[in-house]
Every structure is written in structure tokens, then in C-alpha cells.
Ligand binder design. Structure first.
Ligand SMILES: Cc1cc2nc3c(=O)[nH]c(=O)nc-3n(C[C@H](O)[C@H](O)[C@H](O)COP(=O)(O)OP(=O)(O)OC[C@H]3O[C@@H](n4cnc5c(N)ncnc54)[C@H](O)[C@@H]3O)c2cc1C
Length: 415
């Protein structure tokens, strides 16, 4: 049966842009339906080098480079009074040594504009309200900018609706996230006291016994994104009264106080609570989910956009094969593949909150080679199974932390 489009993509964030660019590259007729007018604000501004692989492969790098975003070459973690820096040029895996820190309004807009320029049809201010899927024809109902109800059909649907979670809501696919409920309070500030080198790093400092942390993500216009992540009570406390406590905390930013002591806040602090999500299934008859409409773990390693792009790209590759009439093993090539990368990050997120990573990052024992392998994970190369800290992530991280603790205890006894 004839449909209006080969594929409809819901959402024009990074997952949607990457998916539609891939489908278009392979000659499919794609329609992107996006609820909001772009540029639009979204949190999640520090990219990982692995993003660059997707942008490069889909000819989307030039439009990003043209925006002159802030170069990002590493990550700096602070813990008590100690500092640990990872430079992506020191990572174990082959791949990009740098990426960017971006205002997502500009970054996401640049990507979808380029996708549109290549020939993909995109409609903004268009909210998907209903979806009916069958084996061959998928029907989407949406409200357009004029408030009219429109109905369109496609052979396949990719749900890249992020926090909108269109298909998880409509098809009851939501599943409680296994991680503790957390939230964030954040804003943008002036960041004129930083050095050029400091601007190339995201800065993360944990506090309250690893249960909370603070970030600074510098942008190229000498402003920065700053935020605090913690349990919901802490976030609500920091956000109370126009975020007074939050603003005070940022002005005394542990480890880099001088940078923000007199800073100006560019908008009233905002909060986002209970953002961790999971789903019962990644795909079904005529549809597949990618990006944040699937699973979102935690922002500590800035993995969200990278996983959104990786899943958007992988989903689109498989949809192309399916539409060409080739057999697709969705479980193996999508669910298992994506879960592998997500689970690597999950180990590191859990080890951050249980203190194992801090033990590894801040030990005085020499572990240069190991840090290179961990650096690859922090760069987003979570499918490189040549890396032991990817292949056996859970056992490697917990065993290493135990060994370091035993050695440190023995050293203390001898001393
Ligand atoms: C506190 C916090 C900090 C974070 N920091 C980082 C970070 O530093 N680095 C990082 O990589 N990630 C970070 N993230 C994660 C990041 O925000 C997400 O992972 C990323 O935005 C996911 O991209 P996406 O394309 O899946 O979805 P989105 O970027 O959310 O895009 C989805 C699009 O779908 C549209 N949509 C929704 N509903 C509908 C509908 N009904 N019809 C049509 N369109 C619809 C939306 O308008 C939106 O434009 C952070 C997250 C949090 C909570």
C-alpha cells in the first residue's frame, strides 16, 4: 500500500537529526515532525568525542564547525581538594580527541537546518498526538501550527521525541528507571575569569559523600552552563526562592571559586526532576525508539547526546535494511547493541555514586595505562571491546577499586 512517506521521525533533537540524515543519505523519503519552534532550549550541553564519528559520517560536521562552538578536549573531576584530569588525546581507543560544548538551542538548530537543506521535509510547531502502527502502514496524527489536525502515513516510524516520550506514553512502554530518583538545578552564567585552557574542559566536582555534584560547561561566548545534581530534596532546597542557595553555591564553586565569585546569572535557575527513564521495549511492529525516548541514565558523564546520536544512527541503519526488504535482527543488532553501550555507562554511573570511581580517579598509585582505558569510556567509545574497561566493565571497575583500597590500607598500616 502506498504511504505519504517512507519514514516519519518524531522529534528534531540530535537523535532525530542523525536518524533522518542517515535515512535521507540512503535515498528514503523522510518527514520530521517537531513539536516546538527551533531554536529551543534543552539541557545537555557537553558532547563526547564519539559524537564526531556520527556527524562526520553523515556530512553534518561542517555545519557544526561553522558555529565556532567551544572546543572540548577533556574532563576535569574534583573531589575534596584533589583534581583528576582526563585529556581525550590520552585515550586508549582510536577516535576523535576533541569535541564541543554547545548551547543546544544553536547546536540542534544547526543540525536540523542542515538536514532540511539536504532535502528532508521538516515541520516545526507540529505536535504528534496519536499513532497507529500495523505491519506495513503507520498512521500519525499531529496538530500543526495553525491548530489543524493532520494525518500522515509512513512505512516506518522512528520515535526520537526525547523527554516527550511519545510512543512510550501512547503505547504504555514506560518502565521505572533502576537508578535513584535525582534532579538538577541549573542556569547559564557569565564566565569571563576562566583561562582558555580551562574553557576546554567540563568541570565536575562531587560533594555530600558522592551523592551530589556540580558542573561547569564553558561556552565559546564566555558564558557557561552551571548546575547541581543531587537527590530531589537537595535540588528542591537549592532551587527555593529563585534558586538563592544554588546561586550562592555557584559563586563559591568548590575548586574554582575565583571563576564565578561575582558572576551574573543569565536566567533564573530552572529545575528538572526524576529525569532517569527506561522502557519495556525498544521496537515493535512498524516503529523503533531512539535517544532519550528509550533510556536516560544520568548526566554525570555527558553521555546523553552521544547515546542519542548512536541510537538514532543505528536505528536508521536497520530501518533502511528493513525497507530494502532485507532481514533485520532487531534484538541482536539494536536492543543488545544499544544495551551494551548503555550498560557500560551504567557501570560508570553506579561506580560514581558508590565511590569506586573516585577511589580510582584520585588514588596516588600509578595507573596511567588504566586511565587511558577509562578515558576512552569518558570519550564515548563504549563499544570498543578491545578495551578491557569496556569489555568487562563491571568487574574491571569494582575489582580495581577494591585492589586500590587494599593497597592504600596496607600502605597506611606500614606508615
Ligand atoms: C540535568 C541534565 C544534564 C544533562 N547534561 C548533558 C550533557 O552535558 N551532555 C549530554 O550529552 N547530555 C546531557 N543530558 C542529556 C541530554 O539532555 C539528552 O540525552 C539529549 O537531549 C537527548 O537527545 P534526543 O534527541 O533524544 O531528545 P531531545 O533533545 O529532547 O529532542 C527531542 C525532540 O522531540 C520533540 N518532541 C517531544 N514531543 C513531541 C511530540 N509530541 N511531537 C513532536 N515532537 C516532539 C521535542 O520538542 C524535542 O525537540 C543531560 C540531561 C539532564 C537531565
Amino acid at each position: 500500500m502506498k504511504t505519504d512517506f517512507d519514514v516519519i521521525v518524531i522529534g528534531a533533537g540530535p537523535a532525530g537529526s542523525i536518524a533522518s540524515a542517515r535515512l535521507h543519505k540512503e535515498g528514503f523519503n523522510v518527514f520530521v515532525i517537531e513539536k516546538l519552534e527551533f531554536p529551543r532550549f534543552v539541557i545537555g550541553e557537553s558532547l563526547l568525542p564519539h559524537c564526531m564519528d556520527h556527524l562526520d559520517e553523515l556530512d553534518l560536521l561542517d555545519c557544526v564547525v561553522a558555529k565556532k562552538f567551544q572546543l572540548k578536549t577533556g574532563v576535569t573531576f574534583d573531589h575534596n581538594d584533589e583534581r583528576c584530569q582526563f585529556l581525550f588525546s590520552n585515550k586508549f581507543s582510536e577516535g576523535w580527541d576533541y569535541t564541543y560544548q554547545v548551547k543546544r538551542a544553536d547546536f540542534d538548530h544547526a543540525l536540523i537546518q542542515e538536514v532540511e537543506r539536504k532535502g528532508v521535509k521538516v515541520e516545526f510547531n507540529a505536535e504528534v498526538t496519536d499513532v497507529v502502527t500495523t505491519k506495513d502502514v503507520q498512521t500519525i496524527t499531529y496538530l500543526n501550527k495553525a491548530g489543524e489536525t493532520k494525518v500522515v502515513t509512513a512505512r516506518f516510524i522512528i520515535d526520537a521525541s526525547g523527554y516527550g516520550r511519545v510512543l512510550p506514553r501512547l503505547f504504555d512502554l514506560d518502565k521505572p528507571a533502576p537508578s535513584s530518583p535525582r534532579g538538577a538545578v541549573f542556569s547559564h552564567v557569565k564566565d569571563e575569569n576562566r583561562t582558555d585552557k580551562a574553557a576546554e574542559n567540563i568541570f565536575v566536582h562531587d560533594f555530600n559523600d558522592n551523592t551530589a555534584w556540580i558542573w561547569a560547561i564553558p561556552f565559546s561566548d564566555k558564558t557557561a552552563s552551571v548546575g547541581v545534581v543531587g537527590n530531589v530534596d537537595l535540588v528542591n532546597d537549592f532551587a527555593e526562592g529563585n534558586g538563592e542557595k544554588f546561586q550562592e553555591f555557584i559563586r563559591n564553586f568548590p575548586g574554582i571559586t575565583s571563576r564565578f565569585k561575582d558572576t551574573e546569572f543569565l536566567f533564573e535557575p530552572r529545575t528538572i526532576l526524576n529525569y532517569s527513564v527506561s522502557i519495556k521495549q525498544f521496537y515493535g511492529e512498524g516503529f523503533i525508539l531512539c535517544g532519550n525516548s528509550t533510556e536516560f541514565l544520568d548526566p554525570v558523564f555527558s553521555s546523553g547526546v552521544t547515546l542519542a546520536m548512536s541510537s538514532g544512527h543505528q536505528a536508521a541503519k536497520l530501518v533502511c535494511e528493513h525497507l530494502k526488504g532485507n532481514q533485520v535482527d532487531w534484538d541482536k543488532d539494536y536492543v543488545e547493541h544499544m544495551n551494551f553501550g548503555i550498560n557500560v555507562f551504567r557501570t560508570y554511573v553506579n561506580s560514581w555514586y558508590n565511590g569506586d570511581l573516585q577511589t580510582i580517579f584520585f588514588t596516588k598509585q600509578d595507573n596511567t595505562e588504566i586511565k587511558k582505558q577509562i578515558c576512552s569510556v569518558l570519550a564515548g567509545y563504549v563499544w570498543d571491546t578491545n578495551n578491557p574497561f569496556v569489555k568487562k566493565h563491571a568487574t574491571m571497575v569494582s575489582t580495581l577499586a577494591k585492589v586500590i583500597r587494599i593497597n592504600e590500607n596496607q600502605t597506611n598500616i606500614v606508615e
